[in-house]
Ligand binder design. Structure first.
Ligand SMILES: *Cc1c(COP(=O)(O)O)cnc(C)c1O
Length: 426
């Protein structure tokens, strides 16, 4: 499609947008009486209007039923999390028994590493990406320390080549082969949080397995954003947060995937709790722990129902639309944003910014990271003051994520106009 940098053209794309009615299903912060232009759905998704009803329902059941709500609430609490299995498994390409919801992301990655990072004297190394999300870096350090290793001997980072912003697949595969027999675990982000680069999880998983390692992914920026086929790709485990693209609310619960092939393995170490125990016998309060066969067997505590309620609202919304329609719009909307950025860059003298996210659609999703050259933090602040919510990452990057559920083409056009004014008036 040939794009045009005009309001009429953007409005025309909005009129043809199959998902356009969903924009009005979200609550936008207001700026001068208008919706803000929201580019930070990769950090905290907007609140769906239907969410409140899900939370109110739990509040009312708690008020009216108190402890009886565990079994007699409209959606009984004792197995509330099981309502996620069907819709969530579709979103991540899994079988219903392979997914569960619990805790928060970093906590879950730690719990999963209890089972899936089992270093031996000779096989103890972890491969991760250079400049992984800080929480992941701290987690790797903590895990290797816990097992008695030093980070510098056990953690192997895949580096970017000099002058390049993204990590090459060939370099990931070469590193896996190089570490070979010493490799215990490959754990990467499915989508890099900083650049928006999407990794080829299928190929990486295959290479990791060939080296005899376990392969897991942190899907914080992937869940609700990209097509995932975790089961078919033979990924061992994965976890994601739900408050980014999945719009479940600040700090909310995490989802986990554990491949079916590990479910019946009683040898796997795990940090158990009563919610992972045989469901039929849970309330018999017996001393012998018998984990549920399935991802639910990694549950620890009874679940925070008030947190799960907004997550359920969101998962049901995703199931209603389906990832393929979201991805279709995501591709066109991101491409339109890229076009607008190039148009603005062409209109002004000198290179002011550079898109560091891969230009290839296969290697990116709903995010363009823009490295500012002639500009600095002042431009970011100008955008904020003018109702454009982006985020700033040191040293000089603005991340723009036009979430397809609620961002419009006209938002992209409008953003371009504000950006141009901001650059000219610097
Ligand atoms: C956002 C994000 C996290 C956040 O972890 P929490 O435990 O939910 O605070 C972790 N990893 C990555 C890659 C992220 O992008």
């Amino acid at each position: 499609m040939t794009f045009q940098n005009t309001r009429e053209f953007a409005q025309q794309l909005d009129a043809q947008d199959e998902l356009k009615q969903y924009r009005s299903e979200f609550i936008f912060p207001q700026h001068n009486g208008k919706n803000v232009i929201y580019f930070t759905g990769n950090s905290l998704g907007l609140q769906p209007k239907r969410t409140k009803q899900y939370v109110d329902e739990v509040m009312n059941d708690w008020a009216n039923l108190a402890v009886e709500g565990h079994f007699y609430a409209q959606k009984p609490w004792w197995d509330y999390h099981e309502r996620f299995a069907e819709p969530l498994s579709k979103l991540v390409g899994a079988k219903p028994s392979e997914v569960t919801v619990m805790n928060t992301l970093t906590v879950n990655l730690h719990l999963l590493m209890v089972s899936f990072y089992r270093p031996t004297k000779t096989r103890y190394k972890i491969i991760c990406e250079e400049k992984a999300f800080p929480s992941d870096q701290y987690m790797f350090q903590g895990q290797v320390h816990f097992h008695g290793y030093k980070p510098e001997e056990a953690i192997v980072e895949i580096k970017r080549r000099e002058g390049e912003h993204n990590i090459r697949l060939e370099d990931i595969l070469a590193k896996i082969e190089e570490v070979g027999d010493e490799l215990a675990l490959v754990l990467l982000g499915g989508v890099n949080y900083y650049t928006g680069q999407v990794f080829d999880m299928k190929t990486i998983t295959k290479a990791g397995h060939k080296a005899g390692a376990i392969v897991g992914f942190d899907l914080a920026h992937a869940a609700g954003n990209i097509e995932l086929q975790l089961h078919d790709w033979d990924v061992d485990f994965a976890a994601w947060c739900s408050y980014k693209y999945m719009n479940s609310g600040p700090g909310n619960a995490s989802g986990c995937f554990i491949h079916e092939k590990h479910h019946a393995n009683k040898e796997l170490a795990r940090f158990g709790g009563w919610w992972g125990h045989n469901k039929e016998r849970r309330f018999k309060m017996e001393p012998q722990y018998e984990p549920i066969v399935g991802a639910n067997g990694w549950q620890v505590s009874n679940l925070p129902i008030l947190s799960l309620a907004p997550y359920l609202a969101s998962v049901e919304m995703f199931a209603e639309v389906g990832m393929s329609k979201l991805i279709q719009k995501r591709n066109q909307l991101t491409a339109y944003l890229e076009f607008i950025l190039h148009e603005i860059d062409n209109e002004i003298q000198g290179t002011e910014f550079e898109i560091i996210t891969p230009a290839n659609q296969e290697e990116r999703a709903c995010q363009l990271s823009v490295f500012l050259h002639g500009q600095g933090r002042a431009l970011f602040e100008y955008l904020m003051k003018n109702g454009v919510i982006t985020d700033w990452r040191e040293p000089n990057v603005i991340r723009l994520a036009p979430a397809p559920f609620y961002c419009s083409y006209e938002d992209m056009y409008e953003f371009g106009q504000i950006l141009k004014k901001g650059i000219i008036s610097k």
